[in-house]
Design a protein around this ligand. Structure first.
Ligand SMILES: Nc1ncnc2c1ncn2[C@@H]1O[C@H](COP(=O)(O)OP(=O)(O)OP(=O)(O)O)[C@@H](O)[C@H]1O
Ligand SMILES: [Mg+2]
Length: 336
């Protein structure tokens, strides 16, 4: 692929310096630490790299390599194109989608993340300075640039991103006068999806043509909601919009997942809105709840996925559980 490499900026190097201990690494492979060491002793795996105190360590790119040694299939059964969307602002779309996609890439899943918001928050949540990228989805959608030219590789070999910044903002107006204006993103994604197992998109909190494109290009809708009644109302608007789209375009999502974010059990309002969601949206509501966690807020402000910032925090445990539930990876314990 002709994608260019990230310029060396400090935050990208945080990803690059990541190494895994045998315990963490064995969890990514779904085997025990003993099994990992035994397979190394038997020569099934090559000798691990050692640090200055002779401790074994592994790098992010080793995950896919070791999965191949074991003949393990991808953790995903088929390609998933997943859209994080809620018309209500500030529910955690960017924060949670960034950590979600990053973690799956860490687990060896070939992932493309697409930032659909001119605010560039997904890009920033991954530790990248959104302003440094001259090209966004605008170039491909409107100016017919090849997707290959706007995809940016990161130093996590399984993670690519289409970054965003204010260059994307005229997209609504430009799309409006174009042919097949609702299906342009679907076509672009079709042109590159063979290279990936997972595509994660982070939408802006708006109803518009770009988000309609994103909906029509996805298999799964993932909706973070806060436990308050404004969010509850927002959901109603979202589902009304979806039923119009279903009528107009005969389009239905294969899966819709709703999860509660920033949940605080000690707040009565949280418990009450959880009950309301269970009553009215039971079919879609995940049992995973992402708790309010200051570590998540700190990780966002530092532009670091929670798994690099505080990997045993409540936030990291909850996002892993979200991944396991959505992708039916239950039984595997990957946090470590
Ligand atoms: N579980 C959590 N615990 C604590 N803080 C959280 C949690 N989830 C998200 N946040 C914080 O909430 C704020 C809003 O999150 P985020 O920007 O991801 O929302 P969004 O839905 O993408 O917003 P927008 O609609 O503007 O795109 C951020 O500061 C983030 O750090
Ligand atoms: Mg956002």
């Amino acid at each position: 692929m002709a994608a260019h490499s990230l310029p060396l900026i400090q935050k990208a190097q945080i990803l690059g310096d990541t190494v895994y201990s045998p315990t963490a690494f064995s969890k990514f492979l779904g085997i025990s630490k003993n099994d990992l060491l035994e397979k190394e002793a038997k020569g099934i795996f090559p000798p691990a790299k050692r640090d200055s105190s002779r401790e074994r360590y592994y790098r992010p790119e080793d995950v896919s390599r070791y999965r191949n040694y074991l003949g393990l299939p991808s953790p995903l059964k088929s390609i998933r194109k997943q859209l994080f969307l809620n018309f209500k602002g500030g529910t955690g779309k960017s924060t949670i989608s960034a950590s979600y996609g990053f973690r799956l890439a860490q687990m060896g899943v070939r992932t493309l993340m697409i930032d659909l918001d001119p605010q560039g928050h997904l890009t920033q949540c991954l530790g990248l300075n959104s302003q440094q990228f001259p090209k966004t989805l605008f170039s491909a959608l409107i100016e017919k640039e090849d997707m290959e030219k706007i995809i940016v590789k990161t130093d996590l070999p399984t993670l690519d991103i289409i970054p965003s910044n204010l260059n994307l903002s005229p997209v609504e107006l430009s799309l409006f006068s174009m042919n097949s204006r609702e299906f342009r993103l679907r076509r672009l994604i079709n042109s590159v999806e063979k290279q990936y197992e997972l595509i994660v998109m982070d939408a802006s909190p708006s109803i518009g043509l770009l988000n309609l494109n994103a909906i029509l290009a996805s298999n799964d809708l993932i909706i973070p909601v806060l436990a308050d009644f404004l969010s509850y109302h927002g959901l109603k608007i979202l589902f009304e919009t979806l039923s119009t789209i279903e009528e107009d375009f005969s389009f239905v999502f294969e899966n819709i997942f709703i999860f509660l974010n920033r949940y605080n059990e000690s707040h009565r309002i949280c418990k009450r809105s959880k009950k309301a969601l269970e009553t009215h949206y039971d079919k879609y509501l995940l049992s995973t709840v992402i708790r309010q966690d200051t570590k998540i807020a700190e990780a966002t402000s530092q532009g670091t996925p929670i798994f690099l910032f505080a990997q045993s925090s409540k936030g990291a445990v909850d996002v892993q559980s979200l991944i396991d539930e959505i992708l039916e990876l239950k039984g595997a314990d990957h946090v470590g």
